[in-house]
Design a protein around this ligand. Structure first.
Ligand code: ZN
Length: 452
């Protein structure tokens, strides 16, 4: 079977593919603001049915529903699974947008809208893959299951429940994650993993009420206390000093290290982008890439106490707070780490620092030797004529673990995204040429996956 007809169909119908994206973008769906989620779920269901999939809406106890699409090919041995999310980030600040974030205006070969790149382009693209293959071949070459959730942008708080309740319906031999596409220089990229996350809030209270700061002579300041507690967690060079924190860290395999060596990283550009003169500990080369892809982190995301307004106020605050995000790597268990952190604080005399867990997701990484990785890489080369870059792990996080570990689905992140798409920022946009090329890539992956 040849993909020539499907590729020609995709080129001929490129306007229809863009229309799918525009239609999705014009339906607001902000999970953080509970805006338009049910409507967007229904729209995704309708659009799945329009291209020939079965689709249903699966409710959860709380939060927006998950849309489950399905195609069954009689007698097929293999099932490919897609993961996407129909929710988007809030569009604010609105004044920085050059056009209405829900208008999906087309300018300079791009669609400008909140959610255009993250993640609606990949939904439009995959709908178009199904359409193209069904129209040119009469059937898909394998079974397909498609999970589209509505809370990814708020940390997928009910995705675990989805897996527990409906996971038996999401069985397959491989999966394609929501994001991916081109790196800088327009080289296609295949990403194999995501870091996990433990998000906590630490609070300490040393006084019954805010007091005149003259009392600092006789009463303990909670901000100092919290700072001393925090300073026992990390050594200032990025090393986490909680006993046992690194015990379960899975080392890179020789194949992963080789891929990291080959992975391009423009250090100069990254430094400029971050506005720093040098990386932590003077990291460079392979060590820098290893840190991004595989180092656990202990980051203070927010820190507050007392008076932070204009002018001065001499106050001895009653309480102090910090928010911390710990990025995790494969085999680290967030529950165990939260316990280690609690014990660490107690052992250092900070048992009064209250620890609240706000989110926890384990890390995930698909083995680089898995057949789905080869399928994604070969087809990338064929469609784009170069690459791909293999990213062992993104430095970011997401609920990939539930696919790779709970459902045992080897998963790659590939799609039609491109750099400079301003995801999560004003003027988010999707390049139309990458939308079309990325659609051919996924079509080729479906075909190759089925026959491999
Ligand atoms: Zn996002």
């Amino acid at each position: 079977m040849t993909l020539e007809a499907a590729f020609r169909y995709i080129d001929d119908r490129s306007e229809e593919i863009v229309e799918r994206l525009v239609r999705l973008c014009r339906q607001p769906s902000v999970s953080a603001q509970n805006l338009g989620l049910e409507e967007c779920a229904r729209l995704v269901q309708t659009m799945m049915e329009e291209v020939g999939l079965q689709a249903e809406i699966l409710p959860l106890t709380e939060g927006p529903p998950v849309v489950l699409g399905r195609y069954e090919r009689p007698g097929a041995q293999k099932t490919l699974v897609f993961y996407n999310h129909y929710d988007v980030q809030p569009p604010e600040p609105l004044e920085l947008w050059e056009s209405d974030p829900w208008a999906a205006e087309i300018r300079d070969g791009r669609v400008y809208a909140r959610g255009a790149a993250d993640n609606k382009a990949n939904i439009a693209s995959r709908l178009s893959v199904v359409d193209a293959l069904l129209k040119t071949q009469g059937e898909l070459p394998c079974n397909l299951i498609w999970v589209v959730e509505g809370e990814e942008e708020t940390g997928s708080p009910h995705f675990k429940e989805f897996i527990e309740r409906y996971g038996s319906r999401v069985r397959g031999q491989g999966a394609i994650w929501e994001f991916g596409g081109l790196d800088y220089g327009d080289v296609p990229a295949v990403t194999l993993g995501l870091k996990g996350m433990l998000y906590v809030e630490l609070s300490v209270k040393t006084l019954g009420r805010d007091a005149h700061s003259a009392n600092a002579a006789i009463a303990e300041n909670p901000a100092w206390r919290l700072i001393r507690a925090l300073s026992t967690i990390q050594d200032g060079l990025g090393n986490i000093t909680v006993e046992g924190w690194y015990d379960d860290v899975r080392p890179f395999t020789p194949e992963e290290l080789e891929a990291l060596e080959r992975e391009p990283l423009d250090e100069e550009q990254l430094r400029r982008d971050l506005g720093i003169s040098q990386f932590l500990r003077g990291l460079t080369g392979l060590e820098l890439k290893k840190a991004l892809a595989g180092a656990p982190t202990a980051n203070i995301a927010g820190l507050w106490s007392g008076y932070t307004g204009k002018g001065h106020k001499t106050v001895l605050p009653a309480e102090a707070h910090a928010k911390m995000d710990f990025r995790l790597v494969p085999d680290q268990d967030p529950k165990k780490l939260a316990q280690l952190l609690r014990e660490h604080l107690e052992k250092h005399g900070f048992g009064d620092v209250e620890l609240k867990i706000q989110a926890e997701t384990p890390a995930a990484r698909t083995p680089i030797t898995d057949p789905i990785v080869r399928v994604a890489a070969e087809t990338a080369r064929e469609v784009f004529g170069k690459g791909p870059n293999i990213h062992v792990s993104s430095a970011g996080s997401g609920p990939l673990y539930y696919f790779t570990n709970a459902l045992k689905l080897p998963t790659v992140a590939i799609g039609c995204n491109h750099p400079y798409s301003n995801t999560h920022a004003p003027n988010e946009n999707q390049r139309i040429d990458v939308l079309i090329q990325g659609t051919k890539w996924i079509a080729a992956v479906v075909e190759r996956f089925a026959s491999a």
